[in-house]
Design a protein around this ligand. Structure first.
Ligand SMILES: [Zn+2]
Length: 259
C-alpha cells in the first residue's frame, strides 16, 4: 500500500486553482467523491474547496435531479443520491438554491437565482435550462474523477446541433395543486460516446487536465463544449449513437425515434 494521503479543503482549493478555476467563475461540477480520495471533513470540505476556488463572486452549480419519474419532485426533500454524495450534500447546504423541477440543478453564489429559475419539464437540457444559462454566462464545466459521459452540457450541445433522436420519457409535476404526468421526448441514449468529446476538445487545446486530490480532473468552457460538438456533429448528427442493433438498448431506442 502507498502512503495514505488525506486531502483537506485548502489543498483541494489549491489544486482547483492550479487546474484553472478562477475567482468569479460560474462552475458546473460533475464529480466522483471516491476518485478524489480521502478528504478531511468529507464531501462538505470538497464543496467548501470549490466555493473557495470560485470565491464570493463565483457561482457553483451541480446537478440535483431525481431519478424517480413517477414521484413528485420536492426541492426541499427529494434526494439525488444516484448522482453521488457531493451533489446530494450540496443542495442541502445553507444558502444553496435548488430549482423546482424533476430535472433540477442546485446553485450557490451571485448567479444562483438566475440559474435555478423555473425551467421547462419537457426540455430538460435545452438553451433555457440551468446548463443553458451557465453557457449564456460563459461558465465552465469541471469533471472531477468522471469523464464527459457525465457532462450534461453535451446534451445542450446535442440540442443546439439539432440531433434528430428523442426517447419517450415522462416526469411528474405539480399543476394546480395536483401531481400531473408530463410526457416528452428527451435527447438521450447510453452516452458512452460522449467520451469522444474529451478527444475533440483536447485536439483543439480547449480542455485543461490535471488532478484534484487523487482524481483526474478536466476543465472546459461550456461554450467550447457546445461549439466543438456542434462542429463535430455537422456531418453526422447520429455520431453519438452506438451502431444500430449492436446490443445497446438505449441507443436502439434513440435509433427507433429517427425511423
Ligand atoms: Zn449506446
Amino acid at each position: 500500500m502507498a502512503d495514505s494521503v488525506v486531502y483537506d479543503r485548502y489543498i483541494l482549493a489549491r489544486h482547483l486553482r492550479e487546474l484553472g478555476v478562477e475567482p468569479g467563475d460560474v462552475l458546473v461540477v460533475h464529480s466522483s467523491f471516491r476518485a478524489v480520495g480521502p478528504v478531511e471533513g468529507g464531501p462538505t470540505a470538497l464543496i467548501l474547496a470549490l466555493m473557495d476556488a470560485v470565491g464570493p463572486e463565483g457561482t457553483l452549480v451541480m446537478p440535483s435531479m431525481t431519478d424517480r419519474d413517477d414521484e413528485l419532485f420536492d426541492p426541499k426533500r427529494t434526494p439525488c443520491r444516484h448522482l453521488g454524495i457531493v451533489p446530494d450534500t450540496f443542495w442541502r447546504m445553507p444558502g444553496v438554491l435548488r430549482s423546482d423541477s424533476p430535472h433540477s440543478f442546485a446553485a450557490y453564489g451571485p448567479h444562483a437565482a438566475r440559474i435555478t429559475a423555473p425551467h421547462r419539464p419537457d426540455f430538460p437540457h435545452g438553451p433555457d435550462s440551468p446548463v443553458g444559462r451557465v453557457c449564456d454566462l460563459d461558465g465552465k464545466v469541471l469533471l472531477l474523477g468522471v469523464d464527459h459521459t457525465e457532462n450534461t452540457t453535451v446534451h445542450l450541445a446535442e440540442a443546439l446541433a439539432g440531433v434528430p433522436y428523442r426517447v419517450p420519457k415522462y416526469c411528474t409535476v405539480l399543476r394546480d395543486g395536483l401531481p400531473v404526468r408530463v410526457d416528452f421526448g428527451e435527447i438521450d441514449h447510453c452516452c458512452r460516446n460522449f467520451a469522444l468529446v474529451g478527444e475533440w476538445l483536447n485536439r483543439r487545446g480547449l480542455e485543461r487536465r490535471g488532478e484534484v486530490g487523487s482524481a483526474r480532473a478536466r476543465l472546459v468552457r461550456a461554450r467550447d463544449v457546445v461549439a466543438t460538438v456542434v462542429e463535430e456533429l455537422r456531418d453526422d448528427p447520429l455520431r453519438f449513437l452506438c451502431p444500430r442493433g449492436a446490443g445497446c438498448s438505449s441507443c436502439d431506442e434513440a435509433w427507433a425515434s429517427v425511423g
